[in-house]
Ligand binder design. Structure first.
Ligand SMILES: *Cc1c(COP(=O)(O)O)cnc(C)c1O
Length: 353
C-alpha cells in the first residue's frame, strides 16, 4: 500500500509574525490519515488538505475514551529541517495502543509517511529562535455503537501546528503545586499511556493549582500519596549535591523521551543519575538540609522547565532562589542545540528531513 497525496488547491495564508503563534492554535495546510478496519487492517494511507472529520455521534471515542496521542516537533535551522528521536514516539504510541486495545501500527511505514508529511509542510516551520512545528499524531476509535467493547474501526491522524517559543522572555522558572488529594494515575491503570483520559483526570487539580497561584501540578503516587510521580505533561528531576535523581518508571508514570534523553546526556557527561523511588518527605528533607540545588521538568513542549517554587502541604520551598540552575540551563542548551542541528549529534538522535 502506498501513500496518496492530495495537495490543497487553496493554501492558507501563513502567519506573518512568529511572536503571535502561541501553542497549537493554527494548523498547516494538510493532514495525514490512515484508516483501520478488521478486514483491511491499517489502510488507505493519505495526505489530504486539512479538514473537518465526520463521525457518527455514537463513535466510541466520544463515549469511552478509546484514544491515544503523541507529541513531537520539527525544528528548522538554516533551511534544514530536523525531527528529534521520532522512532521513540512511534514506539511509545504502540505501547499506548497496547494498553488501550488499539491495533499496532507499522512503525517503519508510519515513520516514512510522517517524513513525507513534514517535508510537504516544511514552509510552515518557523525558523525564529525557540519556535518549531508541533506535530500531533493521534488515534481515535470510530465504531458507531454504544455497547462497551473494543472498537473494530479506527482513524490514525497527524496534524501539525507552527508554535511560538515556549519561553518568550527567556527560560523562566515555574511554580508547582504538589497535589495530595487527587491522583492522576495508579499502577495498573493508564498512567504509562499517552491517552486523553489521563489529561481529563488532571484538570481539576490544574484548576486548584491556578487558583492558588501556581502554574503546574506535581502528582504523588495514587496509593500512598507519598512518592513523587511527575508534573502535568512533564517528568521531573531533582539536582542534589552529588547526583541527579528522578522517579523510576513504575507503570503509572509516562516515560518521556525528553526524560530519557536527559538521563543519557548527563550520564554520558559522567554525572550520576539515579532513577529511584523518591518520597515528597525526602525532598522536604533535602530542601531543609540545603542539599536540594535545582528542580526541573522535562517534556517536548518546554524541553526543560526549571522549577522555582514548590508548595507541599502549605509549606513553600523556594528552589535556587527562584532562579534557573546551572544544570537546568546546561541540559536546556545542549538539548535545544541538538534539536536545532547546532551541535554535533554523537547520539544519532536527529533525523534530517
Ligand atoms: C508527553 C508527556 C510527558 C513528556 O514526554 P516527552 O516524550 O518528553 O514529551 C510527560 N508526562 C506526561 C503525562 C505526558 O503526557
Amino acid at each position: 500500500m502506498s501513500l496518496k497525496i492530495e495537495k490543497t488547491k487553496s493554501p492558507k495564508q501563513k502567519y506573518s509574525n512568529s511572536e503571535q503563534l502561541g501553542f497549537g492554535k493554527i494548523f498547516t495546510d494538510h493532514m495525514l490519515i490512515i484508516d483501520y478496519d478488521k478486514e483491511n487492517g491499517w489502510h488507505d494511507e493519505r495526505i489530504v488538505p486539512y479538514q473537518d472529520i465526520c463521525l457518527d455521534p455514537s463513535a466510541m471515542v466520544f463515549h469511552y475514551g478509546q484514544t491515544v496521542f503523541e507529541g513531537m516537533k520539527a525544528y528548522k535551522n538554516n533551511g534544514k529541517v530536523y525531527l528529534f528521536r521520532p522512532q521513540e514516539n512511534l514506539k511509545r504510541l504502540n505501547k499506548s495502543n497496547d494498553r488501550l486495545c488499539i491495533p499496532q501500527i507499522d512503525e517503519e511505514k508510519v515513520l516514512e509517511y510522517l517524513y513525507k508529511f513534514v517535508d510537504l509542510e516544511r514552509d510552515w516551520i518557523p525558523e525564529d529562535e525557540g519556535c518549531s512545528l508541533y506535530i500531533r499524531p493521534f488515534i481515535i476509535a470510530t465504531d458507531a455503537q454504544l455497547g462497551v467493547h473494543v472498537s473494530n474501526e479506527y482513524k490514525f491522524i497527524v496534524i501539525a501546528s507552527p508554535s511560538g517559543s515556549y519561553y518568550k522572555n527567556g527560560l523562566s522558572p515555574v511554580s508547582i503545586y504538589v497535589e495530595k488529594d487527587y491522583v492522576r494515575a495508579v499502577r495498573g491503570g493508564m498512567g504509562m499511556a499517552k491517552t486523553g483520559g489521563n489529561y481529563a483526570a488532571s484538570m481539576k487539580s490544574q484548576d486548584i493549582a491556578h487558583e492558588r497561584g501556581y502554574s503546574q501540578v506535581l502528582w504523588l503516587d495514587g496509593v500512598e500519596r507519598k512518592y513523587i510521580e511527575e508534573v502535568g505533561a512533564m517528568n521531573i528531576f531533582f539536582v542534589l549535591k552529588d547526583k541527579v535523581i528522578t522517579p523510576m518508571i513504575n507503570g503509572s508514570i509516562l516515560e518521556g523521551i525528553t526524560r530519557k534523553s536527559v538521563i543519557e546526556l548527563l550520564r554520558n557527561e559522567g554525572m550520576e543519575v539515579s532513577e529511584e523511588r523518591i518520597s515528597i518527605d525526602d525532598i522536604v528533607k533535602y530542601y531543609k538540609n540545603g542539599e536540594l540545588l535545582e528542580i526541573f521538568g522535562t517534556g517536548t513542549a518546554a524541553v526543560i522547565s526549571p522549577v522555582g517554587k514548590l508548595l507541599y502541604d502549605e509549606y513553600e520551598m523556594v528552589v535556587n532562589d527562584g532562579k534557573i540552575g546551572k544544570i537546568s540551563l546546561h541540559v536546556y542548551e545542549t538539548l535545544t542545540n541538538l534539536q536545532f542541528g547546532k551541535i554535533k549529534d554523537d547520539f544519532n538522535w536527529r533525523v534530517e528531513i
